[in-house]
Write a protein of this length. Structure first.
Length: 279
C-alpha cells in the first residue's frame, strides 16, 4: 500500500523539508541578492554577486542535518572552495537527480556538488570537474533468510528478469542496461522520481521493494541502522565521481579544478575524506 512506505520514510523526509524551509527563508530575506538570470553563469558573474549557488543531494554522505548543524562531505568541500574564493555558498539539497540537472541548465545553480559518474551522455551535456572521490554502484537487497531464498541475488547473472529500482535519471540506469547486455538477458528498471537513494534502501529493508541500486558510500553509511540489508553485490567497477557545471561555465570549471588539484593534496582534505569515507 502507498501509505506504508510513506510512513516509514517520514523520518528521512522531515529533515529535508526543514533544511529547505530554512534556506528558502534566508534566500528570501536577502534583499541585495540578484535573482537567477535564467541561464548559466560563469565565474565572473558569480564573483560579482559574491554568491555561489549549489545543488546537492540530501543523504548521509553528501549533505545532512546533524543536530543543529549541517554536515556532509560535499557540503564541507564546496564550503571550503567558497571560503577560499571569498564567496558565500548557497547550497540547496534536492532528492531528484533530474531536478539538479534542470536547475543547472536554467541557471538556478552554478555547480552540482555531488558525486556524478562520468557517462558519455553526461559528458555531452555537462562539464565535469577533476575526480572528487572513488565509488561504485551496488545492489541493495535483503539478507538471505534461508539457504534456497529465491529472492536473494548471489551473482550478477541472477539479476536476469529482475526489477531494480533506481532514482529517476540516475547514471546507474546506463550501467544496469549495459549489465543486461553483459549477462545476455533483460534486467528491468523502475525509475523512482520522488525518493532518493536512502529512501529506496529503506523501502528494500522493510520489504516494500526487493532491489535497488545506489552508490556504495551511501549504502554503507546507512547499513548499520538497517542490518537486514545486503550490499555485497557490485553492479559496477570502482569509478571516479566528479562535480558538474554547465558547458557555458568553462572559467568556473577551471577555477574548481585548479582549487581541487591543490586542496586534495592538503591535510584538510585528507581529514575530510576520512571523516566520511573511512568508516
Amino acid at each position: 500500500m502507498e501509505t506504508r512506505p510513506k510512513l516509514r520514510l517520514f523520518r528521512y523526509l522531515v529533515p529535508v523539508v526543514i533544511v529547505l524551509a530554512i534556506l528558502f527563508s534566508v534566500r528570501q530575506c536577502s534583499s541585495k541578492q540578484e535573482k537567477p538570470s535564467g541561464h548559466p553563469r560563469d565565474y565572473a558573474a558569480i564573483a560579482k554577486e559574491g554568491i555561489l549557488r549549489v545543488a546537492t543531494e540530501y543523504n548521509s554522505t553528501s549533505f545532512y542535518v546533524d543536530g543543529d548543524t549541517i554536515s556532509g562531505f560535499h557540503y564541507e568541500l564546496i564550503e571550503a572552495f567558497a571560503r577560499d574564493k571569498g564567496l558565500k555558498a548557497e547550497i540547496m539539497p534536492f532528492m531528484s537527480f533530474e531536478e539538479r540537472l534542470k536547475g543547472l541548465a536554467e541557471g538556478r545553480f552554478d555547480v552540482i556538488a555531488f558525486g556524478i559518474l562520468a557517462t558519455s551522455e553526461l559528458k555531452d551535456s555537462l562539464l565535469l570537474t577533476t575526480p572528487i572521490v572513488l565509488n561504485k554502484q551496488v545492489l541493495v537487497q535483503r539478507k538471505e533468510t534461508e539457504e534456497n531464498d529465491s529472492l536473494y541475488i548471489r551473482s550478477q547473472l541472477d539479476l536476469a528478469q529482475r526489477t531494480l529500482h533506481v532514482v529517476k535519471g540516475s547514471p546507474s540506469i546506463l550501467r544496469v542496461r549495459n549489465l543486461g547486455n553483459e549477462i545476455g538477458d533483460t534486467i528491468y528498471i523502475k525509475e523512482i522520481e520522488k525518493y532518493g537513494p536512502e529512501q529506496l534502501i529503506s523501502l528494500v529493508a522493510h520489504g516494500d521493494i526487493d532491489y535497488a541500486v545506489c552508490d556504495e558510500s551511501i549504502a554503507r553509511a546507512v547499513a548499520d541502522s538497517l542490518p537486514q540489508i545486503d550490499i555485497n553485490t557490485a553492479i559496477s567497477f570502482t569509478q571516479f565521481y566528479s562535480w558538474a557545471v554547465s558547458k557555458q561555465s568553462p572559467v568556473l570549471l577551471d577555477s574548481l579544478n585548479t582549487w581541487l588539484d591543490k586542496f586534495q593534496k592538503e591535510k584538510e582534505y585528507q581529514k575530510l575524506y576520512k571523516k566520511y569515507y573511512t568508516r
